[in-house]
Design a protein around this ligand. Structure first.
Ligand code: PLP
Length: 361
């Protein structure tokens, strides 16, 4: 058998392993921030019907520009956005890859404030974009002054902001986004994968799109919509940005089946987003319970919670797994991340956390 090392692979990929959280068969899976609720039956039926209607025409390529889907996404977002401001792809990961293909690439740099979404540096790697890991302050916070100083020092071609931030869970102060937009010489991408879960009063960067042609807001149907398996992400930006990513997208990147399924899901968004309030309730319950037990916990505007275990997080992760609960070790010493799911999943997680405590005593 040929080993990877024997192939003439790019030097910057040599020795790397594929990214991905462990997909383990465990009763309680709270490690990838999926929506724990299955797609409701009426929506299953609607998606099945929409897919069936496409099947005869699968001999033809799909609408390359996904116009109908983009119009539906614009209507969902509101803010006066139209089809020309929207672009869709197979997950917001692909959206961000296309953005780096268009605005990053060899000889260019992208900057993000770590800890943030681990895919941002990997997408930079894959597109040959130099990655600049900028820092957050105490308690994973990010102030406007701190963000601006680091952008000024590095003058990156692309800045990634993540709000609500993964893995910390906290949304950014809009003043940080505004300050970075003022200072950044290039594109500013605000990854809002968890926007639907934000606490009341949280402001989306969509609100300032009209004044900022170099701002891109990325969203996804993977989390709040419970549509992770459907693979549908999108962006909202100035129409010129949409024309830019159209230069690098593969023709027909979004299958007719994906487009049809996503449109059917969007048409039933009330049913799909109906789980968001219940998930936020479990999120707030996890935060309150863990704080009550003396853990440090980051404020969360997302469907997950970052908490300090007080000791070796890898050992705590293992103890939780042995108790049938899979959470995420994001590589932050002393901290773990847990997804908020159903009330029963919260019960199981909190019970398993008692085991972690017992081990330490
Ligand atoms: C889960 C997540 C995404 C979603 O990626 P998809 O490709 O749309 O599934 C994007 N950004 C962040 C920060 C995430 O945590």
């Amino acid at each position: 058998m040929t080993t990877l090392d024997e192939l003439p692979i790019r030097d910057d990929l040599r020795g790397l392993r594929p990214y991905g959280a462990p997909q383990l068969d465990v009763p309680v899976r709270l490690n990838t921030n999926e929506n724990s609720y299955p797609v409701p039956e009426p929506v299953v039926d609607a998606i099945a019907k929409a897919l069936a209607a496409e099947l005869r025409d699968l001999n033809r390529y799909p609408d390359r520009d996904a116009v109908a889907l983009r119009a539906d996404l614009a209507a969902y977002l509101g803010h006066g956005l139209t089809v020309d401001h929207l672009w869709a792809a197979n997950g917001s990961n692909e959206i961000q890859q296309q953005l780096l293909q268009a605005f990053g690439g060899p000889g260019r740099t992208a900057l993000g404030f770590t800890p943030a979404y681990s895919m941002h540096p990997l997408l930079a790697l894959g597109t040959g974009t130099g990655w600049i890991p900028a820092a957050r302050g105490a308690d994973f916070g990010l102030t406007a002054a701190d963000a601006v100083a680091q952008v000024r020092a590095h003058r990156p071609d692309v800045v990634f902001l993540c709000s609500p931030n993964n893995p910390t869970g906290t949304a950014l102060d809009p003043a940080v986004v505004a300050a970075v937009l003022d200072e950044a010489p290039g594109m500013v991408i605000v990854d809002e994968a968890y926007a639907e879960f934000a606490r009341p009063g949280t402001v989306s960067a969509l609100a300032v799109l009209p004044d900022h042609p170099r701002l891109v807001v990325t969203r996804t149907m993977s989390k709040a919509f419970g549509f992770a398996g459907g693979r549908l992400g999108y962006l909202a930006a100035d129409p010129a940005v949409v024309r830019a990513v159209q230069l690098v997208r593969l023709p027909y990147h979004l299958s007719a089946l994906t487009q049809a399924a996503a449109r059917a899901a969007l048409a039933h968004r009330d049913a799909l987003l109906g789980t968001v309030a219940a998930i936020m309730e479990q999120r707030d319950r996890i935060v309150a319970e863990l704080r009550g037990r003396g853990h440090r916990v980051a404020d969360s505007d997302a469907n997950f919670v970052l908490f300090e275990v007080g000791g070796d997080q890898a050992a705590a992760w293992r103890t939780l797994l042995d108790a049938g609960v899979l959470v995420r070790d994001v590589g932050l010493p002393g901290w773990l991340r847990v997804t908020a799911g159903t009330p029963a999943e919260t019960d199981a997680f909190l019970a398993a956390m008692e085991k972690v405590r017992e081990r330490e005593e």
